[in-house]
Design a protein around this ligand. Sequence first.
Ligand SMILES: *Cc1c(COP(=O)(O)O)cnc(C)c1O
Length: 406
Amino acid sequence: MSEDRTAEGNGANHDTRRGFATRAVHGQPMPVPAEHPVSTPIYESSTFAFTSADEYSQALQAPGHGYSYSRYSNPTTAALEATVADLEGGTKALATGSGMGAISSTLLALLKEGDHLVLQRSLYGGTYSLVTDLAPRFGVESSFVNPADLDEVRATMGPRTKALYVETIANPTMEVADIPALAEIAHEAGVPLVVDNTIASPYLCRPLQMGADVAIHSATKYLGGHSDVIAGVAVFADPELHNGAWRAMIDLGPSIDPFAAWLVLRGVKTLPVRMRQHSQTAGEVARFLEQHPKVEKVFWPGLPSNPTYDVARRVLDGFGGMLSFDIIGGREAGRRFIEGTRVAALAASLGGVETLVSHPASTTHRQLSPEALHEAGIGEGLIRVSIGLEDAEDIIADFEQALERA
Ligand SMILES: *Cc1c(COP(=O)(O)O)cnc(C)c1O
């Protein structure tokens, strides 16, 4: 064992002439081992002590110049940012306390009063609410397009448009965005393409390597992977835009806690194995559902019946663990199905090791009329599934018995 060194300038206190309270508050210095810890240490510290005023002020100016205060940056958080930036092939990443924190910090960096956004129509609910409820109060307008209709996208980009925003795999239709083509349209208009890459994860898709400018994750989902943490990451090609989003995050406040960052880092280590298994099991379940007489239609990027199957084969390295299907019998059958599963849990979220099911028409979208549901692209009998890591046979047997009851 090599000799321990101790951290300098952390209020180290060997002086037993100091009072009990002072010694209790300042403690004894943490050993800084010469050996490398295999697991990333958790720096659960809100603030960091400096010995020089210059170094302190520098740390406040830009990320990567030391640590001052954990709303700005933190060593554990920085390890997560560097790891995800590397996996996405980006320049810099910003970790946040939620996926919405990453989305709002990024959009705030891009937009000001009078600006305009073009987004895909079937957006994640939180993003939709951000751009239709909150953003208009600050003078930002949005237009919604079908990203598969490239002419419509091109025609909707105007002189005030400041970004094109899509999701790699749309929910619940599981349509895949043609990222290279959309990046070209965005760049023709002189604006960045922002991609919510949550459902694909960087294992299945790396948007920045196909021309996108920002890739955003709800790390709550596949990056974390265990339904135990809320977190987000945005990865940038351009360090200037990263800096803008970092500034927005500091002012807005959705910074990530170091322990949450550590949980995501731990999840990322098994991302490839999990994604391979999620994709494989989802394929087996999709094919089972496709031939079931009580199922009208199945949506999974890897089914040749999916309208964007050819795009998926170009853009994805595997088809992922999310699928949805229309059950015959509408709202009532959908409700009976989700209440009848025994392996799969009825819950929001996705991307964890447990299989989760939801039925928008009787839960999250209960208030909507059949017409409004249809307009949102959600059938009355649509079931959304996040395939977990259980045995495929057990998931299939569970769905079989729940379909019987429905
Ligand atoms: C969950 C989710 C979000 C929001 O992430 P939070 O971590 O819940 O804030 C954004 N986009 C997609 C596609 C999601 O699934």
